[in-house]
Design a protein around this ligand. Structure first.
Ligand code: EPS
Length: 390
């Protein structure tokens, strides 16, 4: 079996955003309404610009899925772009004045051109439509094993709330998150984030912020300590850092580890056979500073990933830049954009994290069909029972 992988293709104003997924076993029933609900959520959130009024994202499967069930072949999916105009030169004119913080200048230097259009079309966060759909496909597999990813916005600017959902509380927080204009389950934080976005808009500026994803129900041992490439934290960091505009990723308490002593950082170990869950097998930890990962492997506690998104690079007020045609100073070009896409980014992150967890799950419990994956998982659980009762 090929490792679970995903590649995407497509430009922001091309015909579609596409994903090619390999490694999903046969006979997984896809919950298309769940996938489409994730796409809808990704389009929303306070701070979005005019583009989302044009699009109504829905997933189409072009390969690897028959009657809603995977066949074991590579899956190709697309999300159609209604605002498709890339072959109309007037509607997608050249961009000569790169926006600081966007891929514009680095792309112009890489492909040796003074037109940033091709770069910005591919670098655009429109790509995350396909990536979110791919993540939601992988999460259909995780849900079969009662593994759930829960993502939300935790703050922006001077606000970074400690929301800390637990295995017991996260489902209650879900409704609050989905009712919130910025996908934040904490009302005070939500109001503060909205205020920051509103003020930035008035000032023709942009804001970024903080998102978190918590994963509940993972068995222990996903990932590996034997090769750095297979460490789950390394894979998660790569996946989250690969989301447009993300500048930092932390697992558990993250960089705070450097500020406090070992006795305060590390999570003590308890054992109680009667409290065993599918995740912890009875080994409980009163704290979860490690974010559910030790030695690159899940340790039975919920996985906690934190991401920081920079402010969007397209500023209505522009920024100091240079006209690549003349070399003269100029304000950067303005393309229609969002003031803040942080809520959307939390949805992308939830699905990107879900995808990596599914990849690590299938590395451990592999099989050509869902039945084989289930058998492998059940065999592990049976053996685990013997170990903990011996
Ligand atoms: C983006 C610019 C905007 C965003 C886009 C990302 O698009 P447009 O130039 O068409 O207004 O809306 O994000 C999406 C289209 C999306 O679906 O998330 C950019 O430059 O990165």
């Amino acid at each position: 079996m090929a490792r679970l992988t995903c590649r995407t293709a497509g430009e922001s104003h091309g015909p579609a955003s596409i994903a090619l997924i390999e490694g999903i076993p046969a006979d997984l029933k896809l919950d298309v309404s769940f996938i489409n609900a994730e796409l809808k959520r990704r389009q929303g959130g306070y701070g979005r610009g005019g583009r989302q009024a044009i699009e109504s994202d829905q997933v189409d499967f072009l390969g690897g899925v028959r009657n809603g069930t995977t066949t074991g072949a590579p899956i190709v999916l697309q999300v159609i772009n209604k605002d498709s105009r890339l072959n109309d030169a007037e509607a997608t004119p050249p961009i000569h004045k790169p926006r600081p913080g966007h891929a514009d200048l680095a792309g112009a230097l890489k492909w040796l051109t003074n037109d940033c259009r091709n770069t910005l079309e591919r670098a655009s966060a429109r790509e995350t439509a396909a990536r979110s759909a791919a993540g939601a496909v992988a999460r259909c597999l995780l849900r079969e094993f009662d593994i759930h990813a829960f993502g939300f916005v935790s703050g922006a600017m001077d606000v970074n709330a400690d929301i800390s959902p637990t295995t017991e509380t996260w489902k209650d927080l879900l409704a609050a998150r989905d009712d919130s204009a910025v996908y934040c389950p904490d009302d005070a934080t939500c109001k503060a984030v909205i205020e920051h976005i509103r003020n930035a808009k008035v000032d023709k500026d942009t804001v970024g912020g903080f998102c978190e994803v918590h994963v509940f129900g993972c068995p222990p041992g996903l990932g590996s300590c034997v090769a750095w490439q297979d460490k789950l934290d390394s894979r998660l960091a790569g996946a989250v850092m690969g989301i447009q505009a993300f500048k930092a990723v932390e697992i558990g308490i993250g960089k705070m580890c450097g500020s406090i002593r070992g006795s305060q950082v590390h999570d003590p170990i308890d054992y109680s056979r009667k409290n065993a869950s599918q995740s912890n097998l009875g080994y409980d930890r009163p704290t979860n500073h490690a974010g559910g990962i030790e030695g690159g492997m899940t340790n039975g506690m919920p996985i906690v990933v934190r991401g920081t998104m920079k402010p969007i690079a397209t500023l209505l007020q522009g920024m100091d830049s240079v006209d690549l045609q003349t070399g003269e100073p100029s304000r950067s070009d303005y393309e229609r954009s969002d003031v803040c896409a942080l809520p959307a980014a939390s949805v992308v992150m939830e699905n990107a994290v879900g995808f990596e967890i599914a990849a690590a799950f299938l590395d451990t419990f592999s099989g050509a069909t869902m039945r084989m994956v289930r058998a492998s998982y059940d065999a592990y659980r049976e053996s685990a029972k013997e170990i903990s009762s011996s």
